[in-house]
Write a protein that binds this ligand. Structure first.
Ligand code: PEP
Ligand code: MN
Length: 349
């Protein structure tokens, strides 16, 4: 921490700050310039509230140098985390694509969508059975029945499954069916849920809250890591800004920022990040170019009749085309993407 004293700070004010920091376990180094005194405080406690110093008499500015999160930081672990689920690796050279409907609705819908996204090269099926909807009157998901449909389709098509868990009480059930537990944007700061997920052995996909800073997001990941679960991937899914043309503003810059600050894999969600089908492919391409380790994309076999998020769900043929484009972009930045469409000829070609 660096403390810049005011020009007119008195010696006793400076001494008071030095004494206070010493009491908190910091080693304080003092440099006295012609106009100001600057104090460098090292050691101490990561959770120390620097605002306590900021409001002391004679203090002009305080700059924190150490991140408030530890386990999630690159300083703590310099090599990137690769999350391994059987032979699937998230965070390695290959950009992993997760795709599927917003919600599981019917057996036919889940099967048609899963087989289409698998043929196009997706390795993880996405789909919600417990849906966090803005309105209590909107479709809330099929619960366990939905999870059964999703698991069945994932197994038939040799895919992993990611599905959302909204509450501590659902962890066991969702964990029984799903390979990756998704924490939705609205739950990013549900610390009880995060703590409990820290005790599970399943990888967690932690979405960024709609108005969360990157630091708050990493602190939420820290909750899971601190509980003993090291398999956390972060998911940028768009934040709320003053712009209303798109549903959210996909913060693509968060991708390189996360890579700099953290060793955890970063997933981009251009579907919730834009809310509009026609904007999903450009943002997916940009996310891969920016270094995303994975993408999560909503695809529906009949999006115009989807029970949730139809407007942002791709038609299978659009997803297939997007995968073809991503296969060109990924190698340009030294990454690969599921090279061959699975099961022979790709859907729609
Ligand atoms: C979803 O993935 O369908 C979802 C509800 O996402 P988010 O939490 O990002 O809104
Ligand atoms: Mn959705």
């Amino acid at each position: 921490m660096m403390i810049v004293m005011q020009e007119q700070a008195s010696e006793s004010q400076i001494e008071k700050v030095v004494e206070h920091l010493g009491e908190q376990g910091f080693d304080v180094h003092r440099s006295t310039g012609a106009l100001r005194t600057v104090l460098g405080a090292v050691g101490g406690n990561r959770t120390f509230d620097f605002r306590l110093v900021e409001v002391m008499d004679g203090v002009s500015e305080v700059h924190r140098i150490t991140e408030p999160y530890k386990l999630a930081s690159r300083t703590f672990k310099s090599e990137r985390t690769v999350i391994q689920i059987d032979d699937l690796r998230i965070g390695g050279d290959e950009v992993v694509v997760m795709a599927g409907p917003c919600s599981a609705e019917t057996e036919e819908q889940v099967e048609a969508t899963a087989s289409a996204v698998r043929r196009a090269g997706a390795k993880v099926l996405r789909g919600g059975a417990f849906k966090p909807r803005s309105s209590p009157y909107s479709f809330q998901g099929l619960g366990e029945q939905g999870l059964q449909m999703l698991r069945g389709a994932a197994d038939r098509h040799d895919m992993k499954l990611v599905s959302e868990v909204m509450d501590v009480s659902q962890i066991e059930l969702v964990g029984k069916y799903s390979d990756i537990l998704q924490v939705g944007a609205r739950n990013m700061q549900n610390y009880t849920l995060l703590r409990e997920l820290g005790r599970t052995a399943k990888p967690v996909l932690l979405k960024r809250g709609i108005s969360a800073t990157i630091e708050e997001w990493l602190l939420s990941a820290e909750y899971v890591l601190a509980g003993g679960n090291g398999d956390v991937m972060l998911c940028e899914r768009g934040i709320r800004t003053f712009e209303s043309y798109t549903r959210n503003t996909l913060d693509i810059s968060a991708i390189p920022v996360i890579h700099k600050l953290s060793h955890l894999p970063i997933v981009a969600d251009p579907s919730h990040g834009t809310g509009r089908r026609d904007k999903v492919a450009p943002m997916a391409r940009a996310s891969v170019a920016a270094g995303a380790d994975a993408l999560i994309i909503e695809v529906h076999n009949d999006p115009e009749r989807a029970k949730s998020d139809g407007a942002q769900s791709l038609f299978p043929e659009q997803f297939d085309r997007l995968m073809t484009e991503l296969r060109i972009i990924a190698p340009a930045i030294g990454r690969s993407i599921c090279l061959e469409p699975v099961g022979g000829k790709a859907w729609g070609r």
